[in-house]
Ligand binder design. Structure first.
Ligand code: C5P
Length: 224
């Protein structure tokens, strides 16, 4: 039997990626964290396309897109992101990248540039992809679609703990403001805005933990 294609979209820091990773392992699927791709482009822009006001020069970035080669490689049993041969898996989580990524992700040329990479992976089936527009735009024919949400405070708390564990110096209010600002830009942009697909199942995990969220999602997949 053909393995399913699963789309998981939702707000920032709802646990989409870490949950998708475990579901992939459980069901024997490939997991693709599409946010990493937008972060990779943003990391490139921060290094190569900054204007005099310290903002990303979008025109210059668009001209440079053909020079960017992003690919996932298997390292320590997980897919890590490489840009032009360099492992940038750690760098793409830096707060500076988080602060600029949504400005970069709203650019139509950037989204088109990444569309093929994402669709190619899903072609053979057996994939779980997490992001913002997977169920609506990238894989509208996915077998299962989920849309994840949780309260802002709970998401900020989780993200803060994660950053703290990674040794990043930050505070919970800064983390919360970044989440709010990204969600706003992501939801209000013209191209492929963050929104629940009509046929997506809503998962609110404010009051349930990671294991319970995974069990809930798996219960829908089994019911199919
Ligand atoms: O998933 P993550 O929080 O790492 O994504 C970072 C940013 O990349 C999001 O805030 C959003 O601006 C952008 N993104 C997107 N479409 C996707 C995945 C991520 O626009 N499918």
């Amino acid at each position: 039997t053909k393995k399913p294609v699963i789309a998981i979209d939702g707000f920032s820091s709802t646990g989409k990626s870490s949950i998708s990773k475990i579901i992939a392992k459980t069901l024997g699927l490939i997991h693709m964290d599409t946010g990493a791709l937008y972060r990779g482009i943003t990391y490139f822009a921060l290094q190569n396309c900054i204007d005099d006001n310290n903002a990303v020069d979008i025109d210059r970035l668009i001209k440079n897109l053909p020079k960017i080669n992003l690919e996932f490689q298997n390292v320590d049993a997980e897919l890590q992101l490489f840009m032009n041969g360099n492992n940038i898996n750690k760098e793409i989580r830096f707060p500076q990248v988080s602060d600029h990524v949504s400005q970069v992700a709203k650019v139509a040329d950037v989204r088109n540039f990444l569309l093929k990479t994402q669709r190619d992976i899903a072609e053979k089936g057996g994939v779980i992809m997490d992001g913002r527009d997977i169920g609506t735009v990238v894989l509208p024919n996915a077998d299962f679609k989920f849309f994840m949400t949780a309260s802002q405070d709970e998401r900020a708390r989780r993200r803060f703990l994660e950053l703290e564990l990674a040794g990043e110096k930050t505070d919970i209010e800064t983390v919360k403001q970044n989440l709010i600002s990204r969600d706003k830009i992501d939801s209000e942009r013209e191209v492929s805005p963050l929104k629940q697909a009509d046929d997506a199942i809503l998962i609110d995990n404010t009051d349930i933990n990671k294991e319970e969220t995974i069990a809930l999602i798996l219960s829908y997949i089994k019911k199919f």
